[in-house]
Ligand binder design. Structure first.
Ligand SMILES: NC(=O)C1=CN([C@@H]2O[C@H](COP(=O)(O)OP(=O)(O)OC[C@H]3O[C@@H](n4cnc5c(N)ncnc54)[C@H](O)[C@@H]3O)[C@@H](O)[C@H]2O)C=CC1
Ligand SMILES: O=C(CO)COP(=O)(O)O
Length: 438
């Protein structure tokens, strides 16, 4: 199998002569960043297919022409697990949705709706429901997990003894509390032999239920798994794109929740479009900067799972994170806002994890730190926002362009000019005094 890296190498050598100047220029522009991303190897390394991968791989050609062969489990009966299971069932796959509560399962099977999380939306007749985890997971090709980040490890541990040849795909956009583990880290830790992927993108569940055209990204090192997920979920309403940057795609989905909270809060203050554009764009810079430190490819943040999801969640009241921010902006405490929402808002925990990690690692994340100060240190939002605006000179798009991002030279120059202006003023004053003395 040829990896995307191999084909890049071939293209590069074919274009070597003609493209020398351009490629030097690009190397200069991306100086160090791509190198750091590839050195850390996260999300870029191609592992040798393991026995689990071969379960999907061996049927790949058939799956492509006939996705109905796929047997899929969806764990987590909230809005997203239900929406994705429904898409798969509608595509004709053998799809089972596992929900932990027996009574809820009975009600869903009877009414073919998810009354609590997606009220009023009829689910496909072919979707099956179960509260029996072992029966749901057994003999499946792919297990999609859509439980909140805080319940992810427990869920993976519960299915671990049931895994024989299944692949796992995380749909969760969270981070584990205190460990800073992403969901793919948890899968690797608990089930090191298992073939896995993560799916993330601008996918507000209710819009998907309304058949509003949407797109997402499946990221995995395994090409067969990427294809199988595309075959399972792709439709005229829902496009599934592929990536091999697991870390970048997963971080995009988790980090954007922080900024959806910031934007919801800003909206409560009735900020203008310029302000929203500034927050969104500087959020993207922060996400990419953090991503690079974590071994992601910064260019992934320009895709659906980065800027795409950032835009969707920062602009919509359908986003639970946005709604939390809005309630905070209207003066509610974080505990009261979470209680009122009554659904998952991953950003509440992600702010804490990223604040802590960025502080320890010295990663410049001013918006995240500012939000943390407002939410968890009870600082006044307007004062914190003013402080952000008064921060020193920075460069634009410094996460992909090689800049001196502290702008040290310019800052020093400004300092010198202001010092010499002060000296001149002193000199003027001195000479005025001495004139007066005369
Ligand atoms: N709702 C959306 O539009 C999207 C959500 N996501 C992500 O999907 C994940 C799940 O979110 P939603 O479905 O929206 O959440 P939700 O708040 O709608 O539902 C969460 C579901 O998880 C279940 N659950 C909680 N703890 C559990 C445990 N220990 N074991 C088993 N089930 C448990 C709850 O009973 C509930 O059914 C989150 O990480 C979210 O960021 C991703 C894309 C879109
Ligand atoms: O991730 C989402 C859309 O892509 C859903 O966002 P919320 O979790 O903020 O509702």
């Amino acid at each position: 199998m040829t990896s995307p890296n191999d084909s890049n190498k071939n293209n590069n050598s074919a274009n070597n002569e003609a493209g020398n100047n351009t490629s030097e220029k690009q190397n200069g522009m991306l100086a160090g960043i791509l190198e750091r991303a590839s050195k850390s190897g996260i999300g870029r390394k191609k592992s040798t297919p393991n026995p689990v991968e071969s379960a999907v791989a061996k049927d790949m050609a058939e799956i492509h022409s006939n996705p109905t062969k796929l047997r899929l489990a969806f764990l987590g009966g909230g809005s997203f697990g239900t929406a994705m299971a429904n898409l798969a069932a509608r595509n004709g796959c053998d799809a089972t949705l596992w929900v932990r509560n027996k009574r809820t399962v009975k009600a869903m099977a009877k009414t073919q709706t998810n009354k609590k999380y997606l009220p009023g939306y009829k689910l496909d007749d072919r979707l099956k429901y179960s509260h029996d985890l072992a029966a749901t997971v057994k003999d499946k090709d792919i297990i999609f997990i859509a439980v909140p980040g805080l319940a992810f490890r427990e869920t993976v541990k519960n299915i671990a003894p049931l895994i024989s040849g299944q692949s796992i795909v995380s749909l969760t956009k969270g981070m584990e509390k205190d460990t800073f583990a992403m969901m793919s880290d948890i899968i690797k830790e608990v089930l090191p032999e298992v073939n896995f992927g993560v799916m993330s993108g601008p996918n507000l569940a209710i819009e998907i239920m309304k058949n509003m055209p949407s797109a997402t990204v499946i990221a995995s090192e395994s090409e067969p798994l990427r294809h199988a997920v595309q075959a399972a979920l792709h439709s005229a309403f829902f496009r599934v794109f592929a990536s091999d940057d697991v870390r970048g795609v997963e971080l995009g989905g988790a980090l954007k929740n922080i900024y959806a909270i910031a934007m919801g809060m800003a909206a409560a203050y009735e900020v203008g479009e310029n302000t929203k554009a500034m927050i969104l764009t500087r959020a993207l810079a922060e996400m990419s900067r953090f991503g690079v430190e974590e071994g992601a490819n910064p260019l992934t943040f320009l895709g659906l799972s980065g800027v795409g999801d950032l835009y969707a969640t920062c602009s919509s009241e359908l986003s639970r994170n946005y709604r939390i921010g809005n309630m905070l902006g209207r003066g509610m405490s974080i505990d009261a806002a979470v209680k009122k929402l009554g659904q998952t808002a991953e950003g509440v925990n992600t702010i804490q994890q990223v604040h802590e990690k960025a502080t320890k690692a010295g990663i410049y994340m001013p918006i995240t730190h500012a939000l943390y100060a407002v939410i968890y240190e009870d600082k006044a939002a307007l004062g914190v926002a003013l402080h952000l605006m008064e921060a020193g000179f920075r460069s634009d798009v410094e996460f992909v362009m090689a800049h001196d991002h502290s702008n040290a030279a310019l800052t020093a120059h400004m300092k010198n000019s202001s010092n010499s202006a002060k000296d001149n003023t002193k000199d003027d004053a001195k000479s005025k005094n001495s004139d007066a003395d005369k």
